[in-house]
Design a protein around this ligand. Structure first.
Ligand code: WT7
Length: 645
């Protein structure tokens, strides 16, 4: 498109950045032409290895087999902590900003190291061994960093479940990974309200027969129910724990963590990441994408329950010896200037957040930004969903005072780290485009027959070669891994997104091409929400689709067919909402529920979601061919009863 606005690289940024345009081009080329040499160099530069690898890369996409740095040995927590002690033991590793603006903490690398060693001993005392899975259900508190790194230290595989997920969702994830230990908080604060972490954990734990231990971190310190024999006080256990704990020597391909994410069908899948490749990729992308420099104060607003929190609140920054800010609260509490207040208070220089937050704050008006300084900012980042050019411009001009490049980073839980992104000193920016591939990343566009599209055009986004941060399997279901990512277009990793490539080779992500929704940057499967709705005795059938939502990016539109004789009431809608909250989370609540007399189905009984999406989007003119429907009249009825926000 010729009307696209371009923001050229700023000379003052390029002058001190790790890469300028030419530097990026050259290294990118090398990373593609000589990948093994390239990645070996990076692995040596970014990580401390206890034993060298024998083979940089071996892979077989059709079998879903991917291995990086085979034979190499290292420990993630030693790379994030021990090796920093001599140089930066007294540097702040984590700045914690509470939900309450008066609450804050700082942990140096040395303090964090000591706490991690102690908690590693606590886990060992509970019988946790290398390879065991530990479930972590925590708010954004410094202890989360401690327990995560402690798992890595002893080779236990952590499975973090977002603190906003329900007890049932937590239970399913504990069972799937067969975790024996669960770590929760007593309670936490979010936007001034109490979140009952322990109550949810209790409810989940009661339904997990193999779960032996619940370690409770005292955060609010309020009175909570206690099950003697099972529950352990974090504070007491830490007091009793020995201070030294050697880091377990791990193979590069040993599992580091499992993280559940939604797919287009079935239950959430446990995406598994391993040790060497993941850490290298998280650290390297953190340094180069955000142009991280010594002395930066870096803040990624993501929750540790999502991959962004794993890679860019903890592992990447700590591996690089950075100071990473952890925020317990929400952007609008106590007022919609909270982000900018925190930036001024801690002199944040790199800020990474989601478009949905930007749009929400934009809606509150510029006045909430204008009275803050934000002079400390140098780089802005965006992640989680496409950023609309309007939000991009506001972020750039109002938040960054037109001084700070925005890196719009495209990636996924499965990719471990950022794949398509600008580099601050190297890439001219176009609002709404994630721009160009990171080193070693080879995106391609396919048509529906799986043919490669050359030059400008739009298609199915795939990656033709592995990168070190790539997921290795779905825990307990390798067949699903192969099927989901490598089955449909053999020889490629299928991301599940569509994209357009322009004449400059820039990528514009157009959104998911499967039945996965992206609601406020949260990934949800339509099937999961439908399953929750049909649990109700009065519901015959449900179909869920996304629709354009001004703040959330995508909203959730649910068409619900009731059993014969049941009348749709507001009370029933409330019951369904409770069900979704209990089964999944408040983030999965439908924005709109429409009672549907019938759903558009083909004669073979397949629901035609394409039509439901059009109706939800108010786009009635392009419904396409509906003559193949078993009963075309249902479409008229759905349109007649379409509801609005
Ligand atoms: C999906 C992955 C990336 C970590 C957080 C979400 C969408 C992500 C962008 C972006 C357009 C984006 C994609 C992707 N997405 N970043 N910069 N531009 N879309 O991880 O929960 O695994 O979701 O988020 O649709 O497939 P996730």
């Amino acid at each position: 498109m010729s009307d696209e606005r371009i923001y050229p690289v700023k000379p003052e940024i390029a002058a001190s950045a790790h890469f300028n345009t030419e530097g990026y081009r050259q290294l990118y080329e090398q990373s593609i032409n000589e990948p093994e040499i390239f990645w070996a160099e990076q692995a040596g530069a970014f990580l401390d290895w206890q034993h060298p690898w024998q083979e940089v890369l071996s892979y077989d996409y059709p079998k879903g087999e991917i291995a990086w740095f085979k034979g190499g040995q290292l420990n993630v927590s030693a790379n994030c902590l021990d090796r920093h002690l001599s140089l930066r033991g007294d540097q702040i590793a984590i700045i914690w900003e509470g939900d309450d603006p008066d609450q804050q903490q700082q942990l140096t690398y040395r303090e964090l190291y000591h706490q991690v060693c102690k908690f590693a001993n606590v886990l060992k005392a509970q019988g946790v061994q290398k390879g065991d899975r530990v479930c972590i259900y925590l708010p954004m508190i410094t202890e989360a960093a401690v327990v995560i790194l402690a798992c890595a230290r002893i080779g236990a595989v952590h499975s973090i479940v977002f603190g906003g997920f329900s007890a049932d969702a937590l239970r399913d994830r504990i069972l799937d990974a067969d975790c024996r230990v669960l770590i929760c908080a007593d309670e936490s604060y979010r936007g001034g309200k109490i979140v009952h972490s322990k109550l949810n954990a209790d409810k989940a734990a009661a339904q997990c027969p193999n779960l032996q231990t619940l370690i409770v971190i005292e955060h609010t310190g309020h009175e909570i129910p206690w099950q003697a024999g099972r529950d352990i006080s974090y504070r007491q256990a830490m007091q009793a724990a020995a201070a030294e704990c050697p880091a377990e020597v791990m193979d590069a391909e040993d599992p580091l963590f499992i993280l559940y994410t939604s797919g287009s069908t079935g239950k959430p899948k446990g995406v598994l990441h391993t040790t060497g490749g993941y850490l290298l990729y998280a650290a390297m992308t953190h340094k180069y994408v955000f142009d991280y420099q010594e002395g930066d104060i870096y803040w990624c607003t993501a929750d540790i329950g999502w991959i962004t929190g794993h890679s860019y609140v903890l592992y990447g920054p700590l591996c690089n010896g950075a100071t990473s800010l952890m925020f317990e609260g929400v952007p609008t509490y106590p007022s919609p200037d909270r982000f900018w207040q925190v930036i001024d208070k801690h002199q944040v220089s790199i800020f990474y957040t989601a478009p949905t937050a930007i749009r929400a704050l934009m809606a509150h008006g510029e006045a909430h930004v204008g009275h803050t300084s934000r002079q400390s900012l140098r780089i802005l980042g965006s992640v989680g969903e496409p950023i609309n050019p309007e939000a991009w411009e506001w972020y750039y001009q109002v938040v960054g005072n037109s001084r700070c490049p925005i890196v719009d980073t495209w990636w996924q839980t499965e990719t471990g780290g950022i794949l398509i992104t600008p580099l601050p000193g190297a890439t001219d920016l176009k609002p709404g485009s994630a721009t160009l591939p990171f080193f070693g990343v080879q995106p391609a566009l396919l048509d529906h027959d799986g043919q490669i599209l050359e030059g400008p055009g739009e298609g199915i986004l795939v990656l033709s070669h592995p990168w070190p941060g790539q997921a290795r399997t779905i825990y307990g279901d390798h067949a699903r891994f192969v099927d989901t990512y490598f089955g449909k277009y053999p020889g490629y990793y299928l991301a599940g997104d569509g994209a357009r490539r322009d004449a400059d080779g820039y990528y514009w992500i157009t959104g998911r091409i499967d039945d996965v929704l992206n609601v406020s940057g949260h990934r949800l499967g339509t099937a999961e929400i439908e399953s929750a709705l049909v649990l109700h005795k009065d519901v015959a059938e449900a179909a869920v689709v996304g629709f354009p939502h001004p703040i959330k990016g995508q909203g959730i539109y649910a068409y619900v067919t009731l059993n014969v004789g049941v009348t749709g009431t507001d009370a029933l809608k409330k019951e369904l909402a409770v069900l979704v909250k209990e089964e999944i989370s408040a983030i999965a609540l439908p924005d709109i529920m429409q009672w549907a007399a019938g759903l558009p189905k083909t004669r073979s009984g397949k629901i035609m979601r394409r039509i439901l999406r059009k109706i939800a989007a108010n786009d009635f003119d392009n419904l396409g061919d509906i003559s193949t429907l078993a009963d075309p009249a249902v479409v008229e009825d759905l349109i007649a009863h379409r509801l609005h926000l």
